[in-house]
Ligand binder design. Sequence first.
Ligand code: F0G
Length: 464
Amino acid sequence: MHDAGMQRWHTIIEPFRIHSVEPMRSTTVEERAARLAEAGFNLFNLHADDVLIDLLTDSGTGAMSRDQWAAIQRGDESYAGSPSWYRFLAAVQTLFPFEHVIPTHQGRAAEKILFSVIGGPGKVVPNNTHFDTTRANVEFTGAEAVDLVIAEGRQPDLVHPFKGNMDVEALDALITDRGAANVPVVFVTITNNSGGGQPVSLANLRAVRAVCDRHGVPLFLDGCRFAENAWFIREREDGQQGRPVPDIVREMAGLADGMTMSAKKDGLANIGGWLAMNDGVIAAQCRNLLILTEGFPTYGGLAGRDLEAIAQGLTEVVDEHYLQYRIRSTAYLADALDAAGVPVVKPAGGHAVYLDARALLPHIAPLHYPGQALAAALYREGGIRGCEIGTVMFGRHPDGTETPAAMDLVRLAIPRRTYTQSHIDYVIEVVTFVASRAGELRGMRIVDEPPALRHFTARFEPRD
Ligand code: F0G
């Protein structure tokens, strides 16, 4: 239903018309099989023109609005103190009233700067689940990254309204065990991308805050998908129904001492991010690093026009009709696959549907990468590009050992405002077809891998 005035209609429509279109290119199964072999069975190595429906990521791949393109024309490229910077700052602080806002070219730049300042050997950083770049940036400083999502969050088919919640007791125990002095920050990722795009409740954030207060440790949000998280709170948390989304966002922000952000997600922009915090001493150190690697503090790594696109995007992303359509259209894909008997993470995440490759391919051992095998098959059969989130991404450890990840998933991330329902119907058809022949899929072997973040560049070959 759209709103009280339109109660009779149950179809949730895309709340936009299409203004400018991009062509899509079809290829044959034979062509795709050849491209796959050339790419070393790593979908990151494909030419995007050879992909029909690109669900590799929801990051930077969304369609901008008419008003964002108009804002780009207003971009002011002054090196220092651009009016575009002040519009960006106001838009960020309207939702996240942190004292210091440090613009960056994307989320991982904010992570790199923050952890360079507060990380280091002997330190430990808890998170509900670190995203891969977050984990890599923590570990790069010699610190340890620990994932403490609730047990329900590790069971793909278990339905729970807030599967992204932090295990508060485990957090308390970890800080007590390691000593608060060795825990520079507690992170909560909203929504929990690597754990299925699952939300975190306000109640859980309050409980995490209480633990942080007891130990005197700051709490930061990884806010990439804050608006989607806020919508889930509004839909699912007691007492939050009907509450304006910006109010929920401000309450989440108010429970934290700072945040990292990739504006390529819920900034509705194609590039951008920020680091924000209340601590002026750490902010000053971060700004010094920013100048070294990103740029002057009023533009970070961004052009003035990018700052404008983000400022406008932040007003559109908290729109209720947008969020209702966004969350419902993701659930539409998950529900259809579930009804067809394809194992998916339940309930549906906000930005993506996660196929449970380990459940679908029990004959492929985790160290033979069932997620990679499934992702390759979806591309070969239908030109759909998803992303393994499992043992390829998380199995290799800094000490060189390899163990199975907690889950072997294939993420079908939905770019914002980009694909229509018929595109998604096609995805449903292809995934269902591949799942019906799951027994024919074979595991993979890595033939070449880099020392860190191997999923981006590793090359594979199928096992016999
Ligand atoms: N944190 C989370 C939770 C993310 O999902 C991402 C990016 C980042 C941090 C880093 O942001 O890409 O702007 O540097 N996630 C993308 C994805 C890449 O596909 O999920 P970035």
